[in-house]
Design a binder for this molecule. Sequence first.
Ligand code: GCO
Length: 263
Amino acid sequence: MSIPLFDLNGKVALITGATHGLGMAMAKGIGHAGATVVINGNSSQEKIDKAVAVFESEGIKAFGYRFDVTDEKAVVKAIDQIQHEVGSIDILVNNAGIIKRTPLAEMEVADFEEVIKVDLVSPFIVSKAVVKGMIQLKAGKIINICSMMSELGRNTVGAYAAAKGGLKMLTQNMCVEWAPFNIQVNGIGPGYFATEQTKPIRIDGHPFNEFIVNRTPAGVWGNPDELQGAAVFLSAKASDFVNGQILYVDGGILATIGKPSNE
Ligand code: GCO
């Protein structure tokens, strides 16, 4: 019997940074498609437990693990624990990330390095720990959460753009090295979504809020749930011959140079 193209029943999916925001939304989509969801967070265990309870309230089998995705020893230990307590990881979504909005000329080197460490090095660390099991299984799905800043620059987010641009290329290199083991590595590039991370630039009256509404052909900020389809697609059989691609879910931003505000 052929497996339905978007059925994730029987799969185990690890989503990093999934106690809130886009990570939680994507994890819910993957869970509702049938996967057992393993979420990671580096905040309090209480916050992780609360997030697990949210998934369980929606009928999704979920587990929560607290570890720092930038700490290789902690990651290796956690992945080993997950594989023993939950099962082999079939799907990895590298979502955990931070942003620091500071003009480059004023940015402390330590702050620049922290953004690179969390947004670019940690997907490498977690993928390296998880891929060993995927290579043994000769199957796996890795999804790196990129950004508009994987393609475009913007004032004050230079470190984040450097990391997300690098993550696009890391995705392509993971594809090249791991495709022979039937592992598909792709990225999702979210446009501008209504989350805690974008709250400071989304408030009514903030110039960036009006800018984004004009810059987005759809004319709105994205709803985190609108990322679920892309996450399920890239986690499922339906994408078995899709590799090294970044799927932009951006309401059309990358399709346009923008329009005059009075149009
Ligand atoms: C910003 C935003 C962006 C979005 C997203 C766009 O300050 O420009 O936070 O970084 O969060 O990454 O794809």
